[in-house]
Write a protein that binds this ligand. Structure first.
Ligand SMILES: [Ca+2]
Ligand SMILES: [Ca+2]
Ligand SMILES: [Ca+2]
Length: 279
């Protein structure tokens, strides 16, 4: 039989192994496999299994291709019995899927012989179907709710995938999670310099989704005893302390190089806002 993962993500590498379970007195074998569907081999030959490695150097390998892998043990080795593997092959699942697919691994040839040279029957041929799971794509545009010169250190994560930090001129930029998200309901977290972060579960309605998240400008400092990020008097005071300079942290809200009234305005208009779910 062919042993392989129960399911794989698109683009993932995986290994399929041809194995014998509870077969006795095997002294040699010939096997051949092929694949079809949403996976391709990245190997042209087999990695030997325990039938070969447990024989030490006492084996003869006349051919090792995916069509015909041919091995006999040689004296003084004895026949193999019980559970053992014949060989394994690495595959790569197809990428760029927009729906779940599957790969079929076929065992086309399997000949087993005993120590007298007689065939061992029955040798079981068959197919193994492996689901290849579509990963979702999210094209995430992150924008400021204010008039800023640049968006700085934009970061976003969807479950375990993280993009950024990226900085760009203007009021928004786009981060791409291409074929990267393994659920339709990831937890999205977005943040950037001088803005309130957001975090929460979102729903991706299709394999490829676009979404815009707008963050509120004016959060320039964590607020003392506040548990969650908030735009309040601490942000205003911090801007006041850096007034007229270039600032040393996030005081330059609009990213124009100077801390002045155009930064304080963002604190004023978003005063009292707290972090929460991504809009
Ligand atoms: Ca996909
Ligand atoms: Ca704050
Ligand atoms: Ca400024």
């Amino acid at each position: 039989m062919i042993a392989a993962p129960a399911a794989v993500n698109e683009g993932a590498s995986f290994t399929a192994t041809v194995q014998c379970d509870g077969v006795d007195n095997v002294y040699g074998f010939q096997l051949g496999t092929s694949s079809s569907g949403a996976a391709s081999t990245i190997a042209t030959s087999y990695t030997p299994g325990s039938f070969v490695t447990s024989a030490g150097s006492d084996y003869l390998e006349t051919n090792n291709t995916l069509n015909a892998y041919v091995v006999s043990r040689r004296a003084p080795a004895v026949a193999a019995s019980g559970d053992f593997t014949l060989g394994s092959v690495n595959f790569t699942a197809s990428g760029g899927l927009s729906a779940d697919g599957s790969a079929v691994l076929s065992l086309n040839t399997l000949l087993l012989g005993d120590m007298s040279g007689a065939p061992i029957t029955p040798a079981i041929l068959g197919n193994t179907r492996i689901p290849v799971l579509d990963l979702r794509t999210l094209n995430l545009t992150v924008s400021s709710d204010g008039s800023v010169q640049q968006v700085r250190n934009v970061t976003a994560s969807a479950n375990t995938e993280t993009r950024g930090p990226q900085t760009g001129a203007g009021t928004s930029l786009t981060l791409n999670f291409a074929d990267a998200i393994n659920t339709s309901t990831p937890t999205l977290t977005v943040d950037m310099t001088s803005h309130l972060m957001c975090s929460g579960s979102i729903t991706l309605p299709s394999s490829v989704s676009s979404r815009t998240v707008q963050l509120k400008a004016g959060d320039v400092v964590l607020n003392g005893a506040d548990v969650s990020a908030r735009i309040n008097l601490y942000d205003a005071v911090t801007i006041g302390l850096a007034y007229g300079t270039a600032g040393t942290g996030e005081e330059d809200v609009n990213g124009d190089g100077t801390v002045n009234i155009f930064d304080l305005i963002h604190v004023g208009r978003n005063y009292g806002s707290v972090t929460g779910a991504c809009p």
